[in-house]
Each structure stands twice: as structure tokens, then as C-alpha cells.
Design a protein around this ligand. Structure first.
Ligand code: PLP
Ligand code: COI
Length: 352
């Protein structure tokens, strides 16, 4: 792959003045990475250029048929000032699985990891260091062929943008209330649910908008509306008696990298984690019998997020009292590894 060309931004922006008020994905750094794909030529012209609007033909396929994939990862600044990424190669491997489903050409995982690192080096002064903050990295690919026929595009644009971010939820690491959606569905097996593509999120907006007073929606399976799938931007785990349960990956939910990391940590600690089908009725019954000890969500943006309440039809299911013990233990371990406060015993950290 060619060398990454660099055009410096000569009009840098003012950085957010208060790192404790960043929110999620609201401000962007001074540069972005771009790379083109042309059929017959492959990926070409990787470049880091000033952040700014793109000029695209209105007929481009992404605008009409949603041929798009994206990723989300974070860069962290540690106490000694070094900068690091958490399992970035996993994000680009998943991007390729999304690419395959959306008929988008494969990218080179190692090259993309290098491109992210190079972009972050350029904008390293934007990485916040206040507690709970990080630099959110959003790589994405869009179909750019200017043709209205419904077919995979011949041209694509690969983009990486960076956003200094704080907590995904307004109240930080505090138990959230989740609405169990029993009318709309997000995805079905055989569809695009396992791919990280805009269409899945477009499908989720209506339910999210209707669930006033709840942080997110918990999706049930698209066929029977009975089995638990995932939350809008998180995979979910339940502690029921001595069992830790998370829905199995069967094609309609996103295979989260935080989910996978939590399973590996939990197994390393000696816990048994069941990846299996879990119905909302089983969760209700476990809550009634006092067996439902904890519930938490996992995701790059949301980290480990305790769930304190589920609303299912007319019923309110309360879970625990504050942040559960295992939820807190996992949060401390995962963020400890990400910030090098704890040993990186799995080799997940890549220094920049
Ligand atoms: N599920 C959905 C729908 C998501 O958008 C995300 C966030 O990326 C996740 C789960 C968690 O995935 P990860 O842990 O890889 O960030
Ligand atoms: C992430 O956690 O990286 C995500 O992509 C969630 C996002 C949809 C806000």
C-alpha cells in the first residue's frame, strides 16, 4: 500500500475547553483520513487531510441504498502520557465481515491499524485525559458510485474521523433504565444485524424515539419477540443465580469486541459464561424469584454500563440496588487494562 500523504490543517480549531463536558461524538479533530476505492485499481490514495465537508455526487449509492459500514474504537491517554488503542485489529476484522455482507471490498487490516495510528499521532493534542474520557475513533466506508441502479457500487470512500469524547450516557457509570421493545424489531437472522452498518441504526430510531424516559431500547428477536438480543449500542449480560448469561451470536446481533473481551476476562477469573438463548420470560421469572442479581451492557462507547430497570409491557423489572459487584469488578478490570492501570495480560493494548 502506498505511503499516506499528509496535508496539514493550517486553520486549526479551538479544542473543547472543558474536558468534563465533552459528551459523546460532538466535536471533531483537525484532520481526517481518506482513501478511495476504484474498481480495477483497488484501494488507493491514502491521505490525511484537514477535517471538513466532503463533496459527493447526489446520486451516490450511499444516499439511496445505504451501502455503508462503520466501526467504533477508542484511543486512551494513560497516566504517563502515552497513547494506546484497545484491540484495533478486532475492529478492522469486524469491518471486513461487515464489508462482506454489504458487498464492499475488503480492506487491509494491518494497513488500517497503521492509518488510525498515524491520524492519531497527527491529532494527538486532542486526546482528553480527564477521568472517563478518550478519543473516539470512527472509521467508515461509503458507496460512492454516481448511479441509481441497485447494485454494489464500483467506487468507495474510506474515512476515519476522531472525536474527543466523554461518557456515552449523560449520567456516566450509573444504572440506566432500558425499555424492552415488544412491537418493533431491529434485525432478523439472515439479515444484516451482525454487520455494523447504518441501516441497523436507522431501523432502531423509531423505537428509541418512542421510549421516552429510557436510555435505550432492548431488542427482542425478530421472529417470536421472545428472546433477548441486544441494546441499541451495547451487548447485554445477566447474572442469574451463579450463571452469567449473554445471548449467543446467531446472526442478528453485533459481535461486540467488549462482549468478547468480557467473556475472556470472566473465564480467566474462573467464572462460567453461558452464551445461549435467553427469553424475556426467563429474566422476569428470575427477577421474581430473586435470582436476577445483575444486568449490564457492554460496548466501546458505553464501556460497562449497569442496568437498573427494565420496562416490559406494563411491568417494571428492577435489578439490584445500585451498581452490581461483578459489573463494577469488570468495569475496573476493563478500564484498568485500557488505561494501563492493570496488567495487559491478554496482549490487547497497542501503543501509538
Ligand atoms: N451492539 C450494538 C448494536 C452496537 O452498536 C455496539 C457498539 O459498537 C455494540 C453492540 C458493542 O460493540 P463493541 O463492544 O464492539 O463496541
Ligand atoms: C460504539 O460503541 O462504538 C458504537 O458504535 C456505538 C454507537 C452506535 C454510538
Amino acid at each position: 500500500m502506498a505511503e499516506i500523504k499528509f496535508i496539514k490543517n493550517t486553520s486549526p480549531k479551538a479544542k473543547p475547553s472543558d474536558e468534563t463536558q465533552l459528551g459523546f461524538g460532538r466535536s471533531f479533530t483537525d484532520h481526517m483520513f481518506l482513501m478511495d476505492y476504484t474498481q480495477g485499481k483497488g484501494w488507493h490514495d491514502p491521505r490525511i487531510v484537514p477535517y471538513g465537508p466532503l463533496s459527493l455526487d447526489p446520486s451516490c449509492s450511499v444516499f439511496h441504498y445505504g451501502q455503508e459500514v462503520f466501526e467504533g474504537m477508542k484511543a486512551y491517554k494513560t497516566a504517563d502520557g502515552s497513547i494506546q488503542l484497545f484491540r484495533p485489529e478486532e475492529n478492522f476484522k469486524r469491518l471486513n465481515r461487515s464489508n462482506e455482507r454489504l458487498c464492499i471490498p475488503e480492506i487491509d487490516v494491518d494497513f488500517c491499524v497503521e492509518a488510525v495510528k498515524e491520524l492519531i499521532r497527527v491529532d494527538r493534542d486532542w486526546i482528553p485525559s480527564a477521568e472517563g474520557t478518550s478519543l473516539y475513533v470512527r472509521p467508515f466506508i461509503i458507496g460512492c458510485e454516481p448511479v441509481l441502479g441497485v447494485h454494489p457500487a464500483n467506487n468507495y470512500l474510506f474515512i476515519i474521523i476522531l472525536s474527543p469524547s466523554g461518557s456515552y450516557y449523560a449520567n456516566g457509570m450509573a444504572p440506566v433504565k432500558i425499555f424492552v421493545e415488544s412491537q418493533y424489531v431491529r434485525a432478523v437472522r439472515g439479515g444484516i444485524g451482525y454487520a455494523k452498518t447504518g441501516g441497523n441504526y436507522a431501523a432502531s430510531l423509531k423505537a428509541q424515539q418512542d421510549a421516552v424516559g429510557y436510555s435505550q431500547v432492548l431488542w427482542l428477536d425478530g421472529v417470536e419477540r421472545k428472546y433477548i438480543e441486544e441494546v441499541g449500542a451495547m451487548n447485554v449480560f445477566f447474572v442469574i443465580g451463579d450463571e452469567i448469561v449473554t445471548p449467543e451470536l446467531q446472526g442478528s446481533i453485533l459481535p461486540g469486541i467488549t462482549r468478547k473481551s468480557c467473556i475472556e476476562i470472566l473465564k480467566d477469573w474462573g467464572y462460567t459464561v453461558s452464551e445461549r438463548r435467553l427469553s424475556i420470560d426467563e429474566v422476569r421469572e428470575a427477577a421474581q424469584s430473586g435470582q436476577l442479581k445483575e444486568m449490564f451492557g457492554t460496548g466501546t462507547a458505553a464501556v460497562i454500563s449497569p442496568v437498573g430497570e427494565l420496562k416490559y409491557k406494563d411491568e417494571t423489572i428492577r435489578i439490584g440496588d445500585g451498581i452490581g459487584e461483578l459489573t463494577q469488578k469488570l468495569y475496573d478490570e476493563l478500564t484498568g487494562i485500557q488505561l494501563s492501570k492493570r496488567e495487559d495480560r491478554f496482549g490487547w493494548i497497542q501503543k501509538i
